[in-house]
Write a protein that binds this ligand. Structure first.
Ligand code: NAP
Ligand code: GDD
Length: 362
């Protein structure tokens, strides 16, 4: 039985990866952060399982990282913990650098200093944000990086320090350069989930309007459970290497919104341009989507499109397992059910949804 340690197990990817590794017979350890309230919604269904264990560790605290690595002595580490929101990285650039850049170094050093360098394989959650202000379309493993946010700059350090430890110490450490991947467990402030939740709430009369930023931004969106499978495949490969993980298909935020609203029975037509663009309900003429410059970023990455050829050829991974239409449907169906349960009083509406609606949280 292999032992895996997942940092960031409470996140979207961490929760799916924990499920995958448990299904493969792994002993799974995850790290959580201390806080005054517990937020473990995504992993609560795993907590009673015999082979699932939680430990406190914070990526900004070397001692806690060292302690958990030394105690668990894992065969594989999946370093998913990060301040993962691009807009938040403009507001908290120093914290983002501490967690997303130096945090990676802390993991690598913990493995080295506890004598695990020869035994432990490490996966680093790298990102398509490294391509940022893109220099080539689509992007592959040879495309030059041009990070375009404090988040991306921090992740760039993570990418290079992993490469450095691979070459300097012969460690089996790899980066997955993952393009955006979404799911029904996606955080509510990322654009896809913000849209599907709002579409469900508008369809059920619980919200009037959705405010978005750049509708023309393009992303290569995949389904998170397919992507965590690829993380595992990267660590099972014969040699340590870096891989682009993407679907090879690109859509705008506008297209995502149009499809999400269609799934809840609302057909939108678009009127106007730029900050004046609006999404209008064809049936009622009501404006349901508006642009708010509050959601514009100081520098925005607008043309991400990945080429997954290498991952398909060397890892046997299927980038098209879940289509774009299926992804949007999974998310809208889930949010329709969630909002219906809230309306029926079966679950309590989160404060976050309320804050989003009022524009307090971006
Ligand atoms: P997520 O849902 O935001 O999860 C991030 C996880 O990191 C959470 O468990 C969070 O814990 C934890 N974390 C944050 N700060 C921490 C700290 N100081 N110490 C310890 N843990 C900390 O992100 P995700 O979407 O699952 O993404 C997983 C990883 O892949 C991240 O590194 C992200 O940057 C990267 N990535 C994501 C995508 C994507 O499209 N999803 C694409 C490329 C790369 P709390 O629950 O306590 O906040
Ligand atoms: N969040 C958000 N909210 N984004 C909006 C909005 C809005 O109201 N309106 C338009 N957008 C645009 C953003 O400007 C961006 O161009 C795009 O939608 C996607 O934004 P996010 O969903 O926040 O994701 P991201 O691409 O910035 O970052 C995610 O993907 C990266 C991989 O490329 C995160 O998961 C990162 O952690 C990950 O590395």
């Amino acid at each position: 039985m292999k032992t895996a340690l997942i940092t960031g197990v409470t996140g979207q990817d961490g929760s799916f990866l924990a499920e995958l590794l448990l299904s493969k017979g792994y002993e799974v350890h995850g790290t959580i952060r201390r806080s005054s309230v517990d937020f473990r919604e995504r992993i609560s269904h795993l907590e009673s399982m015999d082979h699932f264990h939680l430990h406190y560790a914070d990526m900004t605290d070397s001692m806690s990282v060292m302690q958990v690595v030394g105690k668990v002595r894992p065969d594989e580490i999946y370093n998913l913990a990060a301040q993962s929101h691009v807009q938040v990285s403009f507001d908290s650039p120093e914290f983002t650098a501490d967690v997303d850049a130096v945090g990676v170094l802390r993991i690598l050093e913990a493995v080295r200093l506890t004598g695990l360098a020869d035994k432990c394989r490490i996966y680093q959650a790298s990102t398509s944000e490294l391509y940022g202000k893109v220099e080539e379309v689509p992007q592959n493993e040879n495309t030059p990086f041009h990070p375009y946010s404090p988040y991306a700059v921090a992740k760039l350090y993570g990418f290079w320090i992993v490469k450095e430890y691979r070459e300097a110490y012969g460690m089996f450490c790899c980066s997955g350069i993952l393009f955006n991947h979404e799911s029904e467990r996606r955080g509510e402030t990322f654009v896809t989930r913000k849209i599907t939740l709002a579409a469900a709430r508008i369809a059920q009369g619980k919200q009037d309007k959705l405010y978005l930023g750049n509708l023309s931004s393009k992303r290569d969106w995949g389904y998170a459970p397919d992507y965590v499978e690829c993380m595992w495949r990267i660590l099972q490969h014969d040699t340590p290497d870096d891989f682009v993980i993407a679907t090879g298909e690109q859509h705008t935020v506008r297209e995502f919104a149009e499809l999400a609203f269609r799934n809840v029975g609302i057909n939108l037509r678009w009127e106007g341009e730029g900050a004046d663009e609006k999404g209008v309900d064809r049936a009622t003429g009501k404006v349901l989507v508006e642009v708010s410059p509050d959601f514009y970023r100081p520098t925005d990455v607008v043309n991400l499109w990945g080429d997954p050829t290498k991952a398909r050829a060397l890892l046997g991974w299927n980038p098209q397992k879940t289509s774009f239409a299926e992804l949007v449907k999974i998310m809208t169906d889930s949010d329709m059910a969630k909002v219906a349960a809230e309306r029926a009083g079966e679950s309590v509406r989160t404060n976050l949804a309320e804050y989003l609606e009022k524009g307090i949280v971006k």
